[in-house]
Ligand binder design. Structure first.
Ligand code: PLP
Length: 421
């Protein structure tokens, strides 16, 4: 099938060589479902905080595969650990245990400061971790599950039932029942939901900082109130730290920041994204005997979850974060970067928020997609997660000099950038 080319397309067609990005993009659209739309670039290689596209252009990756590549790309320690594990024992199923899996579970319980009796279940993604959480909620025998407006918990049916966005939910209804959405960060609404004692509430599911909704932290005191009300009602307090966990905010888990969680202990935490440093994996941490035994023998399962390669990736990622002091680096760099962006006083920047290296630049006009497109042209990958919000979630190994490249880019943006018609 050869289409006639208009003369003005000839120049573009000339760029379509067998290994060019344009060529791969054509093959992508012909071979992959259109669920994600057209890819922005076709990437072939990464190193540290940089990636390269099929045409040889380099980009500073300030999104890190959506808050995933904590150690950047092709980190030598992580690459070596994954390769060594795969060359020793790659997969065994959960009919068998492996030392790496046990060691990672123990590491997670320790960094979560989970009490005696706590347990871990390994999955392969954030969605799957939240699916397990939904099943735990059902096992309480209580019908109601509370989540927040603006929430994102994943795309499988159970996780989707917890996700607020209508465009994601409506094509797939009916979803598992019993989920109710409370207004974001509204303590009165939270009190009202528990006003009758909450004996029929199985769980309250919260992101300490809503990621997909635009890096929105819960207001101070909200998590403490949530803990008090769920404890009184005998309901589970479940924190989705898929995006905020594993050092992203400069603490192992976001709720461990005194000003976010105020020292609370949740009943359940779900993890994924940064957990394997880029290797796909998820986990659920159940705190204490009660939560840890809700899913009994035979009540949940997975073929791949907790496989030795994923577990080695998780252990090594944690080890490098610790060895290289990346939690403190993430806190310090995040703070100076946010301050530097604010200090620009650029008329397009309404404000900067976030924690550690999970940052939102709020714009004064709905031009986030345009700004992200200009950034890409300038060699910077950022994410327009709402029409007015740019999200930055770079590798935790980002240097101050690299962060400064984005600040300089913002400074150079035209003051009068207007929404495209
Ligand atoms: C990304 C994300 C998920 C879904 O994780 P997947 O690995 O894409 O399935 C769930 N919850 C939150 C808060 C997320 O950011």
């Amino acid at each position: 099938m050869s289409a006639e080319l208009h003369p003005q397309d000839a120049a573009a067609a000339a760029l379509v060589t067998p290994d060019s990005g344009a060529h791969w993009a054509q093959r992508y659209s012909a071979a992959l479902m259109d669920t994600f739309g057209a890819p922005q670039r076709v990437l072939v290689r990464g190193e540290g905080a940089y990636v390269w596209d099929a045409d040889g252009n380099r980009y500073l990756d300030l999104l890190a595969g959506i808050a995933v590549n904590a150690l950047g790309h092709a980190h030598p320690t992580l690459t070596a650990a994954i390769s060594a594990q795969l060359g020793t024992l790659g997969h065994v199923s959960n009919f068998f245990a492996t030392p790496t899996q046990v060691a990672l579970a123990e590491r997670l319980l320790a960094l979560a400061e989970a009490p005696e009796g706590s347990r871990v279940f390994f999955a392969n993604s954030g969605t799957e971790a939240n699916e397990a959480l939904m099943k735990m909620a059902r096992r309480t025998g209580r019908p109601r599950v509370l989540a927040l407006e603006g929430s994102f918990h994943g795309r499988t049916m159970g996780a989707l039932a917890l996700t607020h966005k209508a465009a994601y939910r409506e094509p797939f209804e009916p979803l598992p029942s019993g989920v109710e959405f409370l207004p974001f960060g509204d303590t009165d609404a939270l009190e009202a939901a528990f006003a009758d004692g909450g004996a029929d509430i199985a769980a309250l599911v919260l992101e300490p900082i809503q990621g997909e909704a635009g890096v929105r932290p819960l207001p101070p005191g909200y998590l403490a109130l949530a803990r008090k009300l769920t404890a009184e009602a005998g309901a589970l307090l479940a924190l989705d730290e898929v995006q905020t966990g594993m050092g992203r905010t400069g603490a192992w888990l976001a709720h461990q920041h005194p000003h976010l969680g105020g020292g609370i202990r949740p009943d359940v935490v779900t993890l994924a994204k940064g957990l394997g440093g880029g290797f796909p994996m998820g986990a659920i941490i159940a705190y204490g005997e009660h939560a840890a035994t809700l899913l009994g023998r035979g009540q949940h399962g997975t073929t791949f979850g907790g496989n030795p390669v994923a577990a080695a990736a998780g252990l090594t990622t944690i080890g490098v974060i610790e060895r290289d002091g990346l939690l403190a680096h993430t806190r310090e760099l995040g703070e100076t970067w946010r301050a530097d962006i604010s200090a620009l006083g650029h008329p397009l920047v309404a404000g900067v928020r976030g924690e550690g290296l999970l940052i939102a630049v709020e714009l004064t006009a709905p031009v986030a997609a345009q700004v992200a497109a200009r950034a890409l042209e300038a060699g910077l990958i950022v994410n327009p997660c709402t029409p007015t919000t740019l999200r930055l979630a770079p590798p935790l190994i980002l240097t101050a000099e690299q962060a400064g490249q984005f600040t300089a880019f913002l400074a150079g943006l035209p003051h009068d950038l207007a929404p495209e018609a």
